[in-house]
Design a protein around this ligand. Structure first.
Ligand code: ADP
Length: 301
């Protein structure tokens, strides 16, 4: 008789499998490299803000992850399945909101949603109805007549309706008023938190992520430069100024890692360091300065 593992063991195994694993991704447009040997992993239930300046390659990376771009090197695994072509089963587990609206503008919201519904085995009608009302989207008007922000919200409802296990949002609030953006994102993430959905949302505006994303990943120079829980990053990152020798000696003494260094005038440099948790408050030796989100973004992205 074959022994069946207890459910808790089987579930632990399933839960441990990353939602996505990317290894050594390379992608260039002509001679211009955008992804340069990029490694990245998304764990189930993580809410990750993908940060990078305009043109850093966020859209390219998200599209490459979803099999929508041909890679010049590297591998992507989604839910344990290797690309480049995703199976229908894997596709049904993904919700994707591209930066540019992919809605059929001649349709009404009702028609659009009925059309997409036919492709998915799972569809949460009451969630769709609730969000259409809450986000004030006319159901019977041609989509072309909705505002940019309403179209973006409709695109998000379409991506949430089949209750994806991975939700990918490319600059999801770019058409929204800055005042309401963070609240909207928070509400959006709350929609999926209880299901343990993995969420990736890209933005070039760090403040969009405060109280929204629990993890941040900085895309810089074709790679994920840093990924960490936002709180932890703020807690353990400090800025110091000194000569390279002073900074290096300080790192050895305090078991710190250099995240980023930048030459100032003369022989001075400004370095961002990761200190062991709990040690970051001490400031003997070189004076340590806390960094806020904006400063982190300026140095890391
Ligand atoms: P982000 O989303 O971070 O703004 P993108 O992934 O859109 O960055 O673009 C990364 C870089 O690649 C930019 O310099 C952009 O101009 C260039 N790029 C993007 N798409 C194409 C394309 N289809 N052909 C040529 N260059 C492209």
């Amino acid at each position: 008789m074959t022994a069946t593992p207890p459910a808790s063991v089987a579930n632990a195994h399933v839960a441990a499998r990353p939602t996505a694993t990317m290894r050594g991704l390379n992608l260039a447009y002509g001679k211009k490299p955008v992804l340069k040997g990029l490694d990245w992993q998304l764990q189930p239930g993580q809410v990750i803000g993908l940060l990078g300046r305009n043109g850093a390659g966020k859209t390219t990376l998200l599209e490459a992850m979803l099999g929508l771009r041909d890679l010049h090197g590297g591998t992507v695994e989604l839910f344990g399945e290797s690309g480049p072509q995703l199976s229908d089963g894997t596709r049904a587990r993904i919700g994707y909101v591209p930066q540019r609206s992919d809605l059929f503008e001649g349709f009404t919201a009702n028609e659009l949603l009925a059309y997409f519904r036919s492709f998915y085995p799972r569809w949460n009608t009451s969630k769709v109805d609730g969000l259409l009302s809450r986000w004030d989207i006319a159901r019977d008007q041609p989509i072309a007549r909705l505002s940019g922000g309403q179209q973006q919200r409709l695109s998000i409802i379409r991506a949430l309706a089949h209750e994806p296990d991975l939700l990918v949002l490319d600059e999801p609030v770019s058409s929204l008023d800055p005042a309401g953006r963070r609240e909207f994102l928070r509400e959006l993430v709350d929609q999926v938190l209880d299901r343990g959905t993995t969420v990736v949302l890209s933005t070039h505006i760090l403040s969009d992520l405060e109280r929204v994303a629990f993890n941040v990943a900085f895309l810089r120079d074709g790679r994920i430069a840093v990924q960490a829980p936002l709180d932890e990053l703020l807690d353990t990152t400090r800025q110091v100024t000194g000569t390279r020798e002073q900074v290096d000696a300080f790192c050895v003494q305090r078991n710190a890692q250099v995240l980023q260094r930048r030459a100032l005038g003369g022989d001075q440099e400004l370095a961002l360091l990761t200190l062991p948790s709990g040690a970051a408050a001490e400031d003997d030796g070189l004076p340590l300065q806390a960094v806020n989100l904006e400063e982190l973004f300026m140095e890391l992205a």
